[in-house]
Design a protein around this ligand. Structure first.
Ligand code: DCT
Ligand code: MG
Length: 456
């Protein structure tokens, strides 16, 4: 850009000890030397700050590691104007008026434009602001982000079209050298492939990597490996399982699940949860909650469903887990603890609609008969007692981040413990009953967040 001084090159070695890997200590050309940016780490975290600094430098911005005299623009995330001023005071900065105090949305806009954008009012951190209505899309109101947005995603409404998408694009398109480096890393590539196999976690990936294996094809070809039943199924149906489940497939499986469950329990309530309930069009699996609103519980229901699918040749794999729930047990404080419901992690055979073969000749018909006309689909079925249904629904709808933040919010802000079974008030020492998700939000003193706004 010609309105800026002639490009200069500065070494970016002056970095805080331990914060930077030596590989990243390279020099970038400074295209916009009038702007000297400092990104505040407070509430942002070191990793994200490092990532953003690196990104800014790659784009030709001068981004300082320390709050030096030359800094002109301070960028903050999730900090109010007053919080930034407070922080500056702590840094012994007397006159803060010499800085432009800006929200992270300004920085994002610059990264997107590939040049500095005007520090319009909407990007500035200011003392006065009007609270936006909670349902205001975050992207359209960046001015309020720093002042209003809660650290808990359960106090925000995150639709699929959310603000973070912008950064995720940056990440996926590999705009950052650090991201590129990681994505190209041999070990990372191998682990990413291995952990995409159903039943394979970091431990198995590590083992395979140490054996010199690098791709799923190599794993498949190695007949000496000891595999669990789950991993065998994961490898056998690998291609189907890594290709995402579509909404149409989720609808087809929903019909199958509902029909089968209802042959045994006509009043049963079958609800699709997980990403599809949050409005996603694709997923890695399909999650269902099953409950019986009637007085009778049927512990055998899931076994009956599974047995019928076995007989029908629809069941490719099944891992049945019996209920471990103990009455009156306190909810689990662990964030990612598995719940105690009876459940089944299955792989179903979903037949695909066939092409009309009536106009085909005999050899074409023979050829078509050999083509695989089904797809393996991962399905989770969870059985819940009716009185725990609302809690199970909230937990299994996710997203994972939203669920974690709900638990965190309950614990830190309300002295309550929340899990997929119950909500316990530690001050009053009582369990809080809920017949709907709305009631749970009300118990927690939170505004209701619709399922499609829980895509944190
Ligand atoms: N969940 C839970 N307890 C578990 C597993 C999952 O409470 N033991 C919650 C977290 C999110 C939700 O259930 C669904 O889990 P996933 O299927 O893993 O996530 P998803 O959001 O449905 O994502 P995807 O589209 O990839 O299936
Ligand atoms: Mg899912």
């Amino acid at each position: 850009m010609d309105r800026f001084k002639a490009p200069a090159v500065i070494s970016q070695r002056k970095r805080q000890k331990g914060l930077y890997s030596p590989k990243l200590s390279c020099s970038y050309e400074i295209k916009f030397s009038n702007f000297v940016i400092f990104i505040m780490q407070r509430k942002m975290g070191m990793t994200r700050r490092m990532f953003l600094m690196e990104l800014g430098r790659r784009k030709g911005f001068r981004v300082e590691s320390e709050l030096s005299d030359s800094v002109t623009h301070i960028v903050a995330e999730n900090n109010s104007y007053l919080e930034v001023l407070d922080w500056l005071k702590g840094q012994a900065v007397g006159d803060s008026s010499r800085f432009e105090l800006l929200d992270i949305s300004w920085f994002t806009a610059c990264m997107e434009a590939g040049r500095p954008v005007d520090a319009e009012m909407k990007y500035r951190l200011m003392e006065q602001y009007q609270s936006p209505p909670l349902n205001t899309p975050e992207l359209e109101m960046p001015a309020f982000i720093a002042t209003k947005v809660s650290q808990y995603s359960c106090q925000r409404k995150t639709t699929l079209n959310n603000y973070n998408k912008k950064f995720t694009e940056i990440i996926e398109e590999g705009e950052s050298s650090r991201v590129k480096e990681v994505l190209n890393d041999e070990r990372y590539k191998a682990f990413k492939q291995f952990t995409s196999v159903f039943g394979v976690g970091v431990k198995t990936s590590e083992k395979w990597y140490r054996l010199g294996l690098r791709t799923v094809e190599e794993v498949k070809a190695d007949k000496t490996l000891k595999l669990s039943k789950m991993q065998k199924a994961g490898l056998l149906y690998y291609e189907d399982l890594v290709s995402c489940v579509s909404k149409a497939e989720a609808d087809a499986v929903t019909s199958i699940v509902k029909n089968t469950v209802c042959t045994f329990l006509p009043d049963a309530l079958v609800t699709i949860t997980g990403g599809f309930r949050r409005g996603k069009n694709i997923g890695h699996d399909i999650d269902f909650l099953i409950t019986n609103p009637g007085p009778r519980e049927d512990d055998e229901l899931l076994h009956k469903v599974i047995d019928l699918w076995k007989k029908q040749g629809l069941l490719l794999y099944c891992d049945m887990i019996e209920s471990t729930f103990v009455k009156e047990q306190l909810p689990s404080r662990k964030v990612d603890a598995m719940d105690h419901f009876q459940k089944c992690f299955a792989i179903l055979k979903l037949y695909q609609p066939r092409v009309d073969s009536s106009t085909c000749n005999t050899s074409e018909k023979l050829e078509m008969a050999e083509v695989k006309d089904w797809k393996a689909i991962r399905v989770d079925l969870v059985i819940t007692p009716f009185e725990q249904y609302a809690y199970a629904l909230l937990g299994w709808t996710g997203s994972r981040q939203f669920g974690r933040d709900l638990k965190r919010y309950a614990a830190h802000e309300r002295k309550m413990i929340l899990d997929n079974h119950a909500l316990y008030d530690r001050s009053k020492r009582i369990f809080l009953k809920a017949g709907s998700e709305e009631e749970i939000f009300a118990h927690l003193g939170l505004d209701y967040v619709e399922p499609w706004e829980r895509n944190a």
